[in-house]
Design a protein around this ligand. Structure first.
Ligand code: TXA
Ligand code: MG
Length: 308
């Protein structure tokens, strides 16, 4: 903890655990440190970063104003996988928001990172700790594999417990607009207000919202019926991502034994990596039920897949 804090104070990058995926953290008030996040990840400069803070009180420093409904959501869901887009205060460097007047704030729910956030004197800008357009990391060793050479330190907080990224929302009046589905489901948000899909406009266009993202190196194909697809392509070697136990003539990567959506979400990125490394030519997966956290899983699978 002391080493991570010291390196961050020096403007260095540190891999940090959260409940969703590992982050690549830097002092959010140090523009040079933020630039190195973009450089290390090979991240396009127009794609803004989430500002991670220690608690809801901190939000008042970095947001110019906070709608009543947004502050209710903070009270209820923080710390936790809900990120909120708000008008930014002057304290937030333009590099964090890629020039936007709005900043995304989040209080991650991980004991080590919460301690780290309360120890350092600044908030942490942190995207997922992977190279841009690759599968997000859910363990310290994933971070080591992808970025190990390029970063100073990884704070190992074990495997993440949600397994995919936070839900990003913006509150407008009594409505909650979803910019990215994630760890907090729409069903949970509906208890607080009308939930709508944010139409992607130029302003919010960013790789996390673009159609191709989170890619494996091999093609990942979303197919209606895996068995039928395999029997139509007998000369190909496939691996399959399964949501429940099934008899299938291919290398199996089981995300859950019995279609448990939370378990599927938590295993998704790790199993995508395993399938990427086995001896198959392509990865097959069927569409998932789009309810609860299944919606975020469906979103990541669609954006990891090649259109066929
Ligand atoms: O769970 C998470 O949110 C993880 C952990 C590390 O906290 N972080 C994460 O960061 O997923 P990243 O950078 O991989 O994805 C953040 C998404 C991007 O699609 C980015 O474009 C969007 O949030 N975003 C960040 N700030 C924004 C802003 N000011 N306006 C619009 N979109 C923003
Ligand atoms: Mg990411």
């Amino acid at each position: 903890m002391a080493k991570a804090a010291a390196l961050l104070r020096e403007g260095k990058l540190v891999g940090i655990p959260t409940e969703t995926v590992y982050g690549l953290a830097a002092n959010a008030l140090n523009p040079e440190a933020i630039s190195s996040i973009y450089a290390v990840k090979n991240r396009p400069s127009f794609n803004p970063l989430i500002l991670h803070i220690a608690n809801a009180e901190e939000a008042e420093k970095y947001a110019l104003s906070i709608p009543k409904l947004a502050s209710e959501l903070m009270k209820h869901f923080w710390p936790g996988p809900l990120s909120i887009l708000l008008p930014k205060s002057d304290l937030v460097p333009d590099l964090v928001t890629a020039g936007s007047e709005k900043v995304v704030l989040r209080v991650p729910n991980h004991p080590l990172t919460l301690r780290l956030l309360s120890e350092v004197e600044f908030p942490l800008a942190a995207p997922s700790a992977n190279m841009s357009n690759t599968v997000s990391p859910t363990s310290a060793s994933h971070v080591q594999q992808g970025l190990g050479e390029k970063i100073s330190y990884i704070l190992d907080g074990r495997s993440t417990i949600v397994g995919l990224e936070s839900t990003i929302i913006e509150v407008i009046g009594n409505e909650i607009f979803v910019l990215r589905d994630g760890g907090i489901t729409r069903e949970e948000l509906e208890k607080f207000g009308e939930v709508r899909q944010m139409k992607s406009t130029k302003q919010v266009q960013s790789p996390g919202q673009l159609s191709k993202h989170y890619s494996t190196r091999k093609p990942l194909l979303l197919v209606e019926d895996i068995e039928a697809y395999i029997s139509m392509h007998p000369n190909k070697i496939y691996s399959v991502l399964l949501f429940e136990e099934k008899e299938i003539n291919a290398t199996k990567h089981l995300l859950s034994k019995d279609y448990d959506l939370a378990e599927i979400a938590n295993n998704l990125f790790g199993k995508m990596r395993e399938a990427d490394e086995d001896d198959s030519e392509a990865i097959l997966v069927e569409p998932i039920q789009e309810v609860g956290i299944g919606r975020a899983v469906a979103d990541r699978l669609k954006r990891a897949s090649v259109k066929n």
